[in-house]
Design a protein around this ligand. Structure first.
Ligand code: FES
Ligand code: FES
Length: 172
């Protein structure tokens, strides 16, 4: 069968009921997508299918034939994925890094569906586990991307200060 991954077409030999995760990692060698629990609980194996996050450890490969799959190796081809990766760097989110490709995919999916998610929507969507406890940094990065985080707040403060300074300049 043929799979469309990160803008390329791959011909794969795996049986149709093989989990997508193993096709991506073992057959195609795209090892950025990680195995954690294997039972759809941790999110380490998350990929995008037609822009929506999916847990590839429980997704039979046959079910994603002909659909557009994005893994961490290709996420920066997506403008939103690129912004997410930049925010992850800016907030220095990763610790050991094992869960982070899944976290980036979850954040990218959220922001593609909902560009300015509320705190509640972020909490409801960012459910991947992180054994290093990077949850606060993840939350800060996503809030920033949603326009309400510290970088966004700092930018707003800078703009307000510049406007006030301009106003003073005009009055003097
Ligand atoms: S490895 Fe797929 S959810 Fe944990
Ligand atoms: S960064 Fe180590 S498990 Fe999340």
């Amino acid at each position: 069968m043929e799979l469309h991954i990160n803008g390329k077409t791959y011909s794969v030999q795996s049986e149709g009921d093989t989990p997508l995760l193993w096709v991506i990692r073992d057959e195609l060698g795209l090892t950025g997508t990680k195995y954690g629990c294997g039972i759809a609980q941790c999110g380490a194996c998350s990929v995008l299918v037609d822009g929506e996050v999916m847990r590839s450890c429980v997704t039979p490969v046959e079910g994603v034939k002909g659909r557009n799959i994005t893994t961490i190796e290709g996420v920066e081809e997506d403008p939103i994925g690129q912004r997410v990766v930049a925010a992850w760097v800016e907030h220095q989110v990763p610790q050991c890094g094992y869960c982070q490709s899944g976290q980036v995919m979850a954040a990218t999916s959220l922001l593609k569906q909902t560009p300015q998610p509320s705190e509640a929507q972020i909490a409801a969507s960012m459910t991947n586990l992180c054994r290093c406890g990077t949850y606060n940094a993840i939350s800060a990065a996503v809030q920033d991307l949603a326009g309400g985080g510290p970088s966004a707040a700092a930018e707003k403060a800078r703009m307000q200060a510049a406007t006030a300074a301009n106003g003073r300049g005009m009055r003097s």
